[in-house]
Design a binder for this molecule. Sequence first.
Ligand code: GLU
Length: 301
Amino acid sequence: MLSNFQTPTTESPQYVGRFAPSPSGPLHLGSLVTALGSYLRAKSQQGKWLLRIDDLDPPREVPGASDDILFTLEQHGLLWDGEPLYQSQRTSHYQAGLEKLQSDNLTYACECTRKQIKLQGPYYSGSCCNKNLSESGLAIRFRNNFTVTSLLDQHLGKIKADPIATSEDFIVKRKDGYYAYHLAAVVDDIFQQVTEIVRGADLLQPTLCQLALYQALGATPPKFLHLPVISTAVGMKLSKQNHAQAIMANAAPQNLVHALHLLGLTPSDDIDKTKVTDILNWAVAHWSLAKVSKNPEIIID
Ligand code: GLU
C-alpha cells in the first residue's frame, strides 16, 4: 500500500516548542507550570511556541474546555505563535501515518478486551500479532519491532527504559474508530516540525513509546525535556481527572508568580508583579533550567 505520510525534508533551524493540552477540563496549576516552562524554554531561545489542542477523544472532552484553555492562556500572557492546531481536524493526517505503518507491515488488528489484557499482566503480550484478524471493528496495534533502550532527556539526563513497557505493541487506532494519542501526537509533532517537546515527567513512559513511532515513520525525533509534575501528595498529581482546582484567569499575575516559584524562579521586587507582561519579560530574561528541580514530582499543600 502506498502511503501519503510525509516527513519534513528540512530541519527547522529555529527552536520550535509547543504546549498540547487536552480539553478534558480547565487549566490547573500543574498544567500552567508545564505551559510556562515550555513557553520560557522557547522564548528564551527566540523560538516559536505553538499550541495544539488534543481534542481527539470526544468522549473525554468537556464542552467549552478548549475555549476556556485558550482564554486562560491569553490572560496569562502565554500567547502562542500561529493558529492553534486542533487534533479533531487532523484525522486524514493520522490515517496517512497509519497507512505508512500498515504498508510496512507494522500494524495488526487486536480483539482482546481490557479485561483479558489485565489478566495477562500489566502490558499487552502480543497475543493477536499472528492472527491476521480483519481490522473492521477492532483496535489496531503497532507492531513494535523497535528497540528503545533509553532517552536522553534535556533536563533529567539519561533515562533507562523499562524494556517490557517500551516494547509493548500499543494501540494506534481504537476500536471505536478514534486514533490513539501516541500516533496523533507523533504525527503532529513531526508535522509542526517541533524541535523540542517540553512536557510533564508523568509522560516519560509515553515519550519512550513514541520514540519507536518516530523510527517507524522514518522521522528524526525532537529533543525531549520533562518538567516536574505538581502533586498534592506522593503519586497524586494535579490533574483534570482528580478535579484539580482551575486557575482563575483574573488572578493571572499571582498564578504566574506561583508557577515561576515552582520552576525555581522568584521574580525580582523591582518589577511590577501585578502585570503579566512584566512578569513574563522578567522570566524570559532569567529563565534557567539549572534552577528547575530534577525531581519528577513537586508536592504542594
Ligand atoms: N494532551 C496530552 C496531555 O495533556 C499530551 C501532551 C503532550 O503530548 O505533551 O497530557
